[in-house]
Design a protein around this ligand. Structure first.
Ligand code: BT5
Length: 309
């Protein structure tokens, strides 16, 4: 969405405004204002124009819908369908974009970690953030943790009993097991001392039937009923922005929402399986596991929850 469209939405968000008023505050002709108003109507906004333009209804998803009233400084790009929002976000990152969020109505080639497929039917939140963090690559994993916290909080606000499974799955605990609600995939390009860019992709099953998802998955719809995708997305973005502004608070916020600590876990690191009690998370987000041979610190891997200890 371009800056003018965003400025128009911000101006309309403050209350009804006449054509001449909008033209003046946006520094454009009345004809140009009218053209942008028509553009918003095409996106699904209902706008009354009798005595001043007034937004009477906002569509449930889309670039304008998410930008309207968003309290976080992200540009929004929306596609009805994409192969993968992470793929598109990497492209934008290479072109120099920053603080941009890419959204898709559905994905045809969504990816999880290790190139695993990520099912992304319509009704879910499929989004990727393009970021230029002022962090060394080793600290970029904090952004992944922040995304998991942000998604957990949005899900809780929607009435879902959500928690985090190390490192970045948002789950609904269920006895000794769990159902997976969301996942986060972070990719980055960088030098040893500084990340050039990071793409943080979040996939959340929001208004999706569980039949359309792999076994073991759940959705906001299944747990608590449908919510506005637009508002859900805004909450995630606003919470994420709040956390990245205070990086020192991220790990504690993550710990408070973690379901992994205190459990017997099995972490597959790719090279080996580490089994024992998950005892804590370090300030860099690594998991410390108490095994029969002593404590082990695991930086990445697939974590299975076995049972509470
Ligand atoms: C993840 O991978 O959990 C990260 C998923 C990130 C997806 C987002 S969507 C927006 C952005 N664009 C992308 O292309 N990707 C990101 P991982 O931990 O590897 O989990 C993958 C596994 O979860 C799969 O092998 C399935 O078993 C399962 N799975 C696939 N789709 C799922 C879904 N919609 N809900 C829950 N589980 C799913």
């Amino acid at each position: 969405m371009n800056d003018t469209r965003r400025a128009l939405l911000d101006a309309l968000g403050e209350g009804p405004k006449s054509g001449p008023e909008l033209a003046e505050c946006l520094g454009m002709s009345r004809a140009a204002v009218w053209k942008h108003i028509e553009g918003l109507r095409d996106e699904g906004f209902e706008i009354e124009g009798d005595d001043g333009y007034r937004i009477t209804s906002v569509p449930d998803h889309g670039a304008g819908a998410v930008a309207y009233g968003l309290d976080a400084p992200f540009d929004v790009e929306y596609h009805d369908e994409l192969d993968s929002t992470n793929r598109r976000a990497r492209e934008l990152a290479d072109e120099g974009a920053a603080d941009t969020v890419v959204l898709a109505g559905k994905q045809t080639g969504g990816r999880g970690r290790l190139e695993r497929a990520w099912d992304s039917p319509e009704g879910g939140l499929w989004m990727s953030l393009v970021l230029r963090p002022d962090l060394p690559p080793a600290r970029v994993s904090l952004l992944t943790l922040a995304a998991a916290v942000a998604v957990t909080d949005a899900a809780r606000e929607a009435g879902v009993d959500a928690a985090i499974k190390w490192p970045n799955d948002v789950i609904v605990p269920d006895g000794e097991g769990y159902r997976k609600l969301a996942g986060v995939l972070t990719e980055l390009r960088g030098e040893a001392d500084r990340a050039a860019w990071a793409v943080v992709g979040c996939g959340v099953n929001v208004n999706v039937d569980v039949d359309a998802l792999p076994e073991g998955a759940t959705s906001v719809r299944a747990e608590a009923g449908d919510v506005s995708l637009r508002v859900f997305c805004q909450r995630v973005l606003e919470r994420f922005h709040e956390l990245r502004e205070s990086p020192d608070t991220i790990v504690d916020a993550w710990r408070e929402r973690a379901d992994t600590l205190g459990r017997e876990v099995r972490v597959d690191t790719g090279n080996e399986a580490v089994r024992g009690e998950a005892v804590r998370v370090t300030d860099a987000g690594a998991l410390v596991v108490r095994t029969d041979e002593g404590e082990r610190t695991v930086h990445a891997g697939d974590c299975e929850h076995l049972r509470p200890t």
